[in-house]
Ligand binder design. Structure first.
Ligand SMILES: Nc1ncnc2c1ncn2[C@@H]1O[C@H](COP(=O)(O)OP(=O)(O)O)[C@@H](O)[C@H]1O
Ligand SMILES: [Mg+2]
Length: 407
C-alpha cells in the first residue's frame, strides 16, 4: 500500500469505529463547528429537543452542553469530563478532548446518557436516607422502651417500697408518742426532786420521792429510752436509705460517660429496693469476692441487677435461696444472681433474651427485662451467661470489662 492508501485505510477504519461505538461522539472542525457526528450523537441531539429542527442546529445544541470552563480545562490538561443535567431531564456524562503537540487544535467531545444510572444512584441515596431515618427512629424508640420498662418496674415496685417506708415511719411515730409520755414523767420527777431540794429538810422527802419514782416507772423509762431513740433513728435511716436507693436507681444518666463504680454497692441498694418482693420467699446469701471499681453507667447496671433479682424471686414458688456473688477474673469483673427456683427448660434457654418472650401471666411479665438487660450489658462490652437446671435453679452471671475499651 502507498502512504496515501494507508492514510485512507486508517481514516475509514476510524470513522467506522466512531460510527459503531454506542457513545455519542462529535469531531470538531478547527473553527469549532461540528465536523462529524455519529448516529448516537444525532439521536441524543434529537432527544434534547423533541420539536423538529434542522440537524445542524440540534448538534450545535448538543455541543452547547459542554460548559465553557470545560474547554479551558481540557486545553490545559488534554481532557475534561463531568456530568451535565439537561433541560430535558437527562443526565449526560460529557468528555472533552483537546489535542496537544502535533495534534494541537484537534478536538472531539463524547456524550454518554447516564440518566438511568444517576436515577438509580438517587434512588439508592433516598433508600439509604430512609434507612438511616428509620434506624434513628428505632434507636429512639428503643431508648424510650428502655426508660419506660424501667419506669414500669419502678411502678410495680412503688407499692412494695411504700410498704417498706410505711413500716419504719409507723414505729417512729408510735415511738414519738411513747417518748412524749416518758418526757412528761421525767419532767414530773425532776419537778419533785426540785421541790424536795428546795424544802428545809430534803432528806424527809426520801420515801415520798422513792414512791413517786416507782409510780412513774422511772427506772423502766431510763432503760427503755435509749433503745427507743436508737430504734427511731434506725427507722429514719432506713427510710432515708430507701429514698436514696430509689433516687440512685432512677437516675437517668445515659449520655454521661461511664465512670468507675462499686458494683456491690449497686447490687445492695437494688436488693434494698426489691427486698419487699423477695423477703417472704427467699433467704439471700452473699459470697462477695474482691471487686475493683468497674467502669459503667451504674444506674443501667442496677437495672440489670433488678431484673435478675426480680426474675430470681419470681422463679421461686414457695421458699428458696438467692445467692449473690461477685469476683474478678483477669480484666473482667462478674456478678452472679443464682436462685433455687423452677429453672429454665433447655429448649427455651435460647429465647429468654428475646424481646417479649415471657412465660409469666399478663401483668406479671413483660418479657422485656432480659432483652433490655442484654442490650445494656452489650453496650458495656460485656456479656450475660446463664446456667439452668430444670426444677433446681438458675444462675445468671453478668460479666463486664473492668475498663471500657477506648473507642
Ligand atoms: N431466674 C429465672 N428462673 C427461671 N426462668 C427465668 C429466670 N429468669 C428468666 N426466666 C425466663 O425468661 C423469661 C423472660 O424473662 P424476662 O425477660 O425478665 O421477662 P419477664 O420476667 O417479664 O417474663 C421469663 O418469662 C422466664 O420464663
Ligand atoms: Mg423479668
Amino acid at each position: 500500500m502507498t502512504e496515501d492508501e494507508l492514510v485512507d485505510y486508517w481514516s475509514s477504519q476510524m470513522l467506522w469505529a466512531i460510527g459503531a461505538t454506542p457513545m455519542a461522539v462529535l469531531l470538531l472542525a478547527p473553527d469549532g463547528g461540528v465536523a462529524f457526528a455519529n448516529d448516537p450523537a444525532r439521536r441524543l441531539a434529537a432527544q434534547l429537543d423533541p420539536a423538529p429542527a434542522d440537524e445542524a442546529r440540534l448538534l450545535h445544541r448538543l455541543l452547547a452542553l459542554v460548559p465553557d470552563t470545560a474547554w479551558d480545562a481540557a486545553c490545559g490538561a488534554g481532557h475534561w469530563s463531568g456530568d451535565v443535567h439537561t433541560m430535558a431531564g437527562l443526565t449526560v456524562e460529557v468528555g472533552v478532548y483537546c489535542g496537544r503537540g502535533e495534534h494541537e487544535g484537534r478536538r472531539f467531545v463524547t456524550f454518554n446518557d447516564v440518566s438511568a444510572r444517576s436515577a438509580r444512584e438517587r434512588e439508592l441515596q433516598q433508600r439509604h436516607d430512609e434507612l438511616e431515618r428509620t434506624y434513628k427512629r428505632l434507636a429512639g424508640a428503643q431508648e424510650q422502651l428502655l426508660q419506660s420498662e424501667k419506669m414500669a418496674s419502678i411502678g410495680q415496685l412503688a407499692a412494695g417500697v411504700a410498704h417498706e417506708i410505711n413500716n419504719p415511719i409507723g414505729y417512729v411515730h408510735s415511738n414519738l408518742g411513747t417518748l412524749r409520755e416518758y418526757v412528761a414523767s421525767l419532767f414530773a420527777m425532776i419537778e419533785a426532786y426540785g421541790t424536795a431540794i428546795a424544802s428545809p429538810d430534803p432528806a424527809a422527802h426520801r420515801d415520798e420521792l422513792r414512791a413517786q419514782r416507782e409510780k412513774l416507772d422511772i427506772d423502766f423509762i431510763l432503760g427503755d429510752l435509749p433503745q427507743l431513740l436508737d430504734e427511731s433513728r434506725e427507722g429514719i435511716e432506713r427510710v432515708t436509705r430507701i429514698v436514696q436507693d430509689l433516687k440512685e436507681f432512677s437516675h437517668v444518666g445515659r449520655n454521661e460517660t461511664m465512670r468507675p463504680a462499686d458494683l456491690v454497692k449497686g447490687l445492695e441498694s437494688t436488693l434494698n429496693i426489691v427486698w419487699n418482693d423477695l423477703k417472704y420467699k427467699a433467704k439471700v446469701e452473699k459470697i462477695y469476692g474482691d471487686m475493683p471499681a468497674v467502669e459503667c453507667h451504674a444506674s443501667e447496671i442496677n437495672q440489670v441487677f433488678m431484673n435478675l433479682l426480680i426474675n430470681a424471686g419470681q422463679a421461686i414458688a414457695e421458699r428458696g435461696v438467692i445467692t449473690l456473688a461477685c469476683g474478678v477474673d483477669g480484666e473482667e469483673a462478674w456478678v452472679s444472681v443464682a436462685d433455687t427456683g423452677c429453672g429454665i427448660p433447655e429448649e427455651t434457654l435460647g429465647r429468654i433474651f428475646d424481646p417479649f418472650y415471657t412465660t409469666k401471666p399478663i401483668g406479671r411479665g413483660t418479657g422485656l427485662g432480659l432483652a433490655i438487660s442484654y442490650r445494656i450489658v452489650e453496650k458495656h462490652h460485656g456479656r450475660i451467661e446463664v446456667e439452668s437446671r430444670l426444677g433446681q435453679g438458675t444462675t445468671f452471671r453478668v460479666v463486664l470489662p473492668v475498663r471500657q475499651p477506648t473507642a
